[in-house]
Design a protein around this ligand. Structure first.
Ligand code: NAP
Length: 329
C-alpha cells in the first residue's frame, strides 16, 4: 500500500524543502496503531519545522505535522480497533516521530486520544494543539482561583491560533476578556469571539516602563513571552495568575520580582506536548463541551498538503489569523 505525504528533506547545503510524494507503507516508522489521517493542523511549531528555522529535526527525510485526526486502520493495541475515530497532538510526533502531514500515520497507542463524541474529526483539528493548550491554560487559571468578577483576563498573541481559541473559551465561561494584538485589522473578529477590549501591542509596549504598574488584569494567557510578558506581569492584580504558553515574541523574560512579592502574582507554565493522558483526555472532553465551532468558522483557513510550505512561512511571520486546517486526503 502507498500513501501521499508531505516529505521534508534536507539538501547537502542545508536547504530544507518539502514536497508531496507518494511513499510505500514500508517507510512508516515503528508503532502499534496505524491511522488513516483525515485532518491535520498548522501550528507555530510546524512552521519552525517546515522551514527549518528551529533546527528541531534530527533525521531527514521527515514527515512533519504535530497534530492529526482520523480513523484507526490497523491496531495491535487492545485499546484501539479498526474504525475508531482518534486524534493526536504532541508527544513529539511530527518532531522526533513522523507526523500528520500524510494520509497514513503509524504511532504508539499511548499517544492517541479517542475523539470526543461532541467533536467531529474536522473540529478536532480546528482546535488541535492550539485548542488543547488554550484549554489547559484556562483550566489552570480556574484552578488557581481567578474569579470572573476580579477583572479582565488579557490574552496576548490574540489573533493567532491559541489566542483566538483562548478568547472564545474564556468568554464562553463568563470571563471578561481583553485581547492584545499587533494587528488592528482583526479587532472586529476578536470582539465577535467575545473580547470586550482590544489592546494595541505597539501602544502597550510603548507605555513608559515602571517596576510596578497600575493593576489592570485579573489574569493573562500569554502566547508571546519576551518584553511583552515582562511588562504585563507588572500590571496584574493582587493574587492574579498568568499562564505562559508561547514565545512568538522571544524566549527571555525581562521583569523584576515586585509583582510576585508585592501582589502575590503567580506565573504558571503550560505544556501541551508531554501532558499526561488523563488530564489530556479530560481537557479534550471539556473542549468538546465548550467549543463553538460555528462561531469560530470564520477564523479557519483550509488548505491541502501542497499549501503547507507557503502557510508555514506565513505563520512564522505572524500573518495567520485563527487556525490553518489541513485537509490531508
Ligand atoms: N506551551 C505549549 O504547549 C504550546 C502549545 C501551542 C503553542 N505554543 C506556543 O504558543 C505561541 C502561539 O502559538 P500559535 O499556534 O497560536 O501561533 P500563531 O497562530 O502564530 O499565533 C501567535 C501570535 O503571536 C503574535 N505574534 C507573532 N509574532 C510576534 C512578535 N514578534 N511579537 C509579538 N507578538 C507576536 C501574533 O498575534 P497578534 O498578531 O494578534 O499580535 C500571532 O498571531 C507560539 O509561540 C507557540 O510556539 C506553546
Amino acid at each position: 500500500m502507498s500513501f501521499r505525504a508531505l516529505l521534508t528533506e534536507k539538501a547537502a547545503d542545508g536547504t530544507i524543502t518539502s514536497s508531496v510524494q507518494t511513499l510505500d507503507e514500508g517507510r512508516l516508522p515503528e508503532g502499534n496503531v496505524t491511522v488513516a489521517v483525515d485532518w491535520a493542523g498548522l501550528n507555530y511549531k510546524d512552521g519552525l519545522i517546515l522551514t527549518g528555522a528551529g533546527n528541531m529535526i534530527k533525521a531527514y527525510p521527515h514527515v512533519a505535522g504535530i497534530d492529526f485526526s482520523g480513523t484507526v486502520s490497523a491496531s495491535e493495541d487492545w485499546r484501539f480497533h479498526e474504525g475508531d475515530k482518534v486524534l493526536l497532538t504532541g508527544w513529539r510526533v511530527g518532531e522526533s516521530h513522523w507526523g500528520g502531514y500524510a494520509e497514513t500515520a503509524r504511532v504508539n497507542g499511548d499517544w492517541l486520544v479517542p475523539l470526543p463524541k461532541t467533536l467531529s474529526a474536522r473540529d478536532a483539528m480546528v482546535l488541535g494543539t492550539a485548542g488543547l493548550t488554550a484549554m489547559l491554560a484556562v483550566d489552570r487559571l480556574e484552578a488557581a482561583g481567578v474569579s470572573k468578577s476580579a477583572g479582565p483576563i488579557l490574552v496576548t498573541g490574540a489573533a493567532g491560533g491559541v489566542g483566538t481559541i483562548a478568547i472564545s473559551l474564556l468568554a464562553k465561561l463568563g470571563y471578561e476578556v481583553a485581547a492584545l494584538s499587533g494587528r488592528p485589522q482583526h479587532a472586529e473578529a476578536l470582539k465577535a469571539l467575545g473580547a470586550t477590549t482590544i489592546v494595541d501591542r505597539a501602544a502597550f509596549l510603548a507605555e513608559p516602563d515602571k517596576p510596578l504598574e497600575a493593576a489592570r488584569w485579573a489574569g493573562a494567557v500569554d502566547n508571546v513571552g519576551g518584553a511583552l510578558l515582562g511588562k504585563l506581569l507588572k500590571q496584574v492584580h493582587y493574587d492574579g495568575v498568568v499562564a505562559s504558553i508561547g514565545m512568538a515574541g522571544g524566549t527571555d523574560l525581562p521583569t523584576n520580582v515586585l509583582p510576585f512579592i508585592l501582589r502575590g502574582v503567580t506565573l504558571v507554565g503550560i505544556d501541551s506536548v508531554m501532558r499526561p493522558t488523563a488530564p489530556r483526555v479530560a481537557a479534550w472532553q471539556r473542549l468538546g463541551e465548550l467549543f463553538d465551532a460555528e462561531a469560530y468558522s470564520g477564523l479557519v483557513e483550509e488548505i491541502g498538503l501542497e499549501g503547507l510550505p507557503e502557510a508555514a512561512k506565513r505563520i512564522l511571520a505572524g500573518e495567520v489569523r485563527g487556525r490553518v486546517l489541513v485537509e490531508v486526503r
